[in-house]
Every structure is written in C-alpha cells, then in structure tokens.
Ligand binder design. Structure first.
Ligand code: COA
Length: 165
C-alpha cells in the first residue's frame, strides 16, 4: 500500500457499475485512502440526480474501509488539491478510452503539475461495460444483474418501471 497517498476516483457514476467497483477495489489495495468523487461532466445529462448517485455509490463502497465518497462541481484539480491528493485514478477499459483519457490527463497535468493520473485496468469481463449500455438494457427490461449491484438494479428498475414488487 502507498502510505499517505490519497487518490481521488472521479466520474459521473450514472449509475455506478461493477466495472467502477472493480477499479475502486484495485485502488483501495494500492492507496491509503480513495475518495470516489462525483464530478460534473458538462456534456452529460444524468438520469439520476446527485443524491441518488451518491446513495448508490455509498451502498457500493460500504465494504471498503479506506474508501469514501464526495461530490464536487468545480475543477477536478482544485478538488484534488483540497483533498491533498496527488493522484487521480481513471479506469482504462479499451483503446477507445485512450484518446479522451489522454486529453484529460494532459489537461489536468497542465493545470496542476504535482498531480498525476494513474490508469487502472478493470477485469476484462468489464471492458465492454459502461453506464449508458446498462441504462439502455434496463430501459428495455433486460437483465442487468451481472453489471450492477442489486441496489443499483432496483433503482434502475424503479426509474423505468416504477417500484419492484
Ligand atoms: N467500468 C465500467 N464502466 C466504466 C468504467 C469501468 N471501470 N470506467 C468508466 N466507465 C464508463 C462510465 O460508466 C461512463 O459511461 P457513460 O459515458 O456511458 O456514462 C464512461 O465510461 C466514462 O465515464 P466516467 O468514468 O464516469 O467519466 P466521465 O467522462 O463521465 O467523467 C469527469 C469525466 C467528471 C472526471 C471530468 O469531466 C471532470 O474531471 N470533470 C470536472 C471538471 C473538470 O475538471 N474538467 C476538466 C477536466 S480535464
């Protein structure tokens, strides 16, 4: 474990998936503290509001002792500095992620030289997964039990179909 290093793991988490949790698990084994950070991607219109997404993240990270959750709606590097965090964690699933991630990592480096982006690869069984696909499968009543926690599956079901009986 990297002593005294706090890492932040930012994302939209709309909703958090098993792929995100896989990355959180890996990061929690490497860094002393991990702060899962609900941040704002200005080009996205989330299905779930901030409170709903935070609740789903809280439920998912309950089992990790050194992981906490925060919400921030400014510049990511400002939040990292506020947390005294030198590391931003990002998941890299496929080559298609690379260009966007590379651009963000370089921009964050320009904005804050002391902060580094660390990329972690999730288990290959999650490389095809993203939140949009999960929402789309849920909307058309497909089975999402292998992609999200039970709590998230219930929230998605409630959004699209009303309460689960
Ligand atoms: N498993 C499954 N899916 C994963 C995943 C994993 N391990 N890692 C990423 N994804 C998916 C997400 O579900 C998401 O899917 P979607 O696009 O269908 O919703 C997609 O990959 C990427 O989303 P996410 O990781 O949540 O990142 P993002 O691109 O939405 O978030 C921010 C980007 C919020 C980190 C970025 O906009 C930011 O830093 N905002 C703050 C403002 C700022 O500082 N801007 C300047 C940045 S240079």
């Amino acid at each position: 474990m990297s002593k005294n290093i706090t890492a932040i793991y930012p994302g939209t988490f709309d909703p958090i998936t098993l792929g995100h949790i896989d990355i959180i698990h890996r990061a929690a084994n490497i860094f002393e503290k991990v702060v899962v950070t609900l941040a704002v991607n200005t080009s996205k219109k989330p299905l779930f509001n901030v409170e709903e997404r935070l609740e789903m993240i809280h439920d998912a990270i309950d089992k990790f002792e050194n992981v906490s959750v925060a919400h921030f709606d400014g510049l990511l590097v400002d939040f990292a500095r506020e947390q005294k965090s030198l590391v931003i964690i990002r998941g890299l699933r496929a080559i298609s992620d690379f260009e966007y991630e590379f651009q963000m990592a370089l921009m964050n480096k320009k904005l804050a030289r002391e902060i580094s982006t660390v990329f972690l690869m999730p288990n290959e069984k999650y490389t095809y997964l993203n939140s949009t696909i999960v929402k789309s499968v849920a909307k058309f009543h497909g089975n999402i039990d292998n992609f999200v926690t039970k709590f998230v599956a219930d929230q998605l079901h409630n959004k699209f179909n009303g309460e689960r009986s």
